[in-house]
Design a protein around this ligand. Structure first.
Ligand SMILES: Nc1ncnc2c1ncn2[C@@H]1O[C@H](COP(=O)(O)OP(=O)(O)OP(=O)(O)O)[C@@H](O)[C@H]1O
Ligand SMILES: [Mg+2]
Ligand SMILES: [Mg+2]
Length: 535
């Protein structure tokens, strides 16, 4: 099952991965997050490391390329963003933090050092709560403690071209503001790590300070992992969630194996940094080869002094955090299911999404209030939620229409009106779907720009429900459907009650012929009558 290689890596079967109680996993995370400020951390260049990938060195000022004589100028927007994050994590904001130089030489860091915060970081302490209900972890509730947050500049990017034996340097990313968030080694299983990353990612999106995307490198997670309190191994270069999870599984099994073979004293005696090559973790450097960074305060940057009052004002401006919103939505009067509350609250990736989370939540709350105002107790909130989450969002995706534009034609009040029409059976579910899609399609094509006249359209397309159906006509339609059935066993099965499900097939035929305007129940009753089914 296990194949050893020279660096004590092995190919393990990941399918049946499990943590063994006698080998305790301990993990701590370091997460680097790029801030989406307008400008870079210490220069006026536009902060756009990825939008112009085809234009290398396009967003790079003299300072970003380290021209001698240029000096850093601190971007206060980055300080504001870091304060928001620190407060949301319940950290203590350091009113006197400072920037330090971390020296090392690499082509994509032409300064010869990275400006970071080493001696006096931006914030310390804080915590994140994970629960079984909200985050899907195995334990009822755990707390992940935050060690610190530090602000630092990103490096440039090296692009290696093997065939040409050259490495190209792109400094678009150089000096993009980063926050490194370090946790205490509180994690003891994979689910905790996965849900923490998700929650943290959602938090930075919610605060509007970063895209939080792992795929673009806007968020980069390093995992520190030890087993049974041997030395920690730091795992770097993990580009997405599955790499993070697979690297942890692999590394855990590697360390367990080392311990089992009595080799911990030699192989896990000192901290080591390892990378991930897609199938195994590979050694990058050990302590002996680790660099002496010669940290020293950056003399060109003054202390970052914040007043307690400024911090208090940032705190007052923070949005309600997702956990609180979810709780609120699950209580009266909304009483949403956890799943629906999450859809309305948690940011999926912003890519290809036709709405921001805030736009969607606002839309929901306004439609909800409008339904409540119009119908009071009678309002069917579940129907409204379903129509927003399934029909509206589905249509927006299908049509590539942003919610912002749809709102001009179907404002929340109008949407609530549409759902009331369906609830009161003035139009059928199927007609409601047609109506909504029709309106949104016209909005996308630009032929509808004003709030839609629902009643006008219902009349024009004759979408109104047939509440009073001509009995004779109904009987005629049903008889036609029955005479087209080629399997006589089906009909006798319905009569005897042995094939109750087949009745649904017949009702479906009826609904199709009537384009959904006759209620299913009417068809059901008529078929049963015609077939003498008395069940
Ligand atoms: N015994 C341990 N097992 C697993 N993780 C640990 C252990 N001890 C510490 N850690 C984790 O190691 C990480 C240390 O990160 P920190 O940024 O402080 O130092 P670093 O990795 O040496 O510095 P750098 O930022 O240069 O990588 C933290 O996430 C911490 O929780
Ligand atoms: Mg580290
Ligand atoms: Mg670190």
């Amino acid at each position: 099952m296990l194949k050893f290689s020279r660096n004590y890596g092995f190919k393990a079967v990941k399918r049946d991965f499990q943590l063994l109680p006698e080998f305790k996993l301990k993990c701590g995370l370091e997460i680097h997050t790029q801030l989406n400020t307008r400008h870079k951390l210490f220069s006026y260049s536009t902060n756009d490391a990825f939008a112009s990938a085809n234009l290398p060195n396009h967003h790079a000022s003299f300072f970003d390329v380290s021209l001698p004589g240029t000096q850093p100028k601190l971007n206060l927007e980055a300080i504001l963003y870091a304060t928001r994050l620190g407060l949301a994590l319940k950290s203590n904001i350091n009113l006197n933090s400072q920037f330090d130089r971390k020296h090392y030489f690499y082509g994509d860091q032409p300064l010869g050092f990275q400006i970071t915060q080493h001696f006096s970081p931006f914030a310390r302490g804080g915590s994140v709560e994970l629960t079984k209900v909200l985050n899907g972890i195995d334990q009822e509730q755990i707390q992940i403690d935050i060690t610190q947050l530090q602000i630092e500049q990103d490096t440039g990017k090296s692009v290696y071209k093997d065939s040409e034996k050259v490495s190209l340097i792109d400094l678009n990313r150089s000096n993009v503001p980063l926050i490194e968030m370090v946790t205490e080694p509180c994690f003891s299983d994979l689910k905790q790590i996965r849900s923490f990353i998700k929650k943290y990612q959602n938090l930075v999106r919610h605060l509007g300070i970063s895209t939080g995307d792992l795929e673009t490198g806007a968020m980069r997670v390093d995992v520190n992992l030890s087993v049974n309190n041997h030395c920690r191994v730091e795992l770097k270069n993990l580009p997405n969630t599955s790499s993070i999870m697979n690297a942890i599984k692999f590394e855990y099994e590697r360390q367990v194996d080392i311990i089992r073979n009595g080799l911990a004293k030699t192989l896990l005696a000192e901290p080591e940094t390892r990378g991930w090559d897609g199938t195994s973790t590979v050694k990058l450097r050990s302590k002996e080869t680790s660099i002496d960074y010669r940290y020293m305060p950056d003399a060109e940057l003054p202390l970052v002094r914040l007043s307690a009052d400024a911090v208090a004002r940032v705190k007052a401006s923070l949005p309600v955090l997702p956990d609180e919103t979810i709780k609120l939505l699950m209580e009266k009067p909304y009483r949403l299911s956890l799943k629906d509350a999450k859809i309305l609250t948690l940011n999926a990736s912003g890519h290809g999404q036709q709405y921001t989370q805030k736009e969607l939540l606002d839309f929901y709350l306004q439609a909800f209030n409008s339904a409540l105002e119009n119908n009071g107790e009678k309002a069917n909130q579940r129907l409204l939620t379903n129509w927003i989450i399934h029909e509206l969002l589905g249509d927006l995706n299908r049509l590539g229409l942003p919610l912002r534009e749809a709102i001009a034609v179907v404002p929340p009040t109008k949407f609530a009106e549409l759902v009331t029409l369906i609830q009161e059976e003035k139009i059928s579910n199927a007609s409601g779907k047609l109506l909504l899609f029709h309106i949104l399609e016209q909005t996308r094509d630009g032929s509808l720009t004003q709030p839609a006249d629902l009643h006008g359209i219902i009349e024009k397309f004759d979408l109104g429900a047939r509440s009073v159906v001509d009995d004779e006509e109904l009987l005629k339609v049903c008889s036609e459907i029955l005479s087209s059935v080629t399997d006589p066993m089906m009909l006798s099965g319905i009569t005897s009650g042995k094939r109750k499900n087949s009745l649904k097939y017949l009702v479906g035929q009826g609904m199709r012929l009537s384009q959904g305007r006759v209620k299913a129940k009417l068809f059901e009753d008529t078929f049963k009558k015609l077939l003498n089914a008395n069940w």
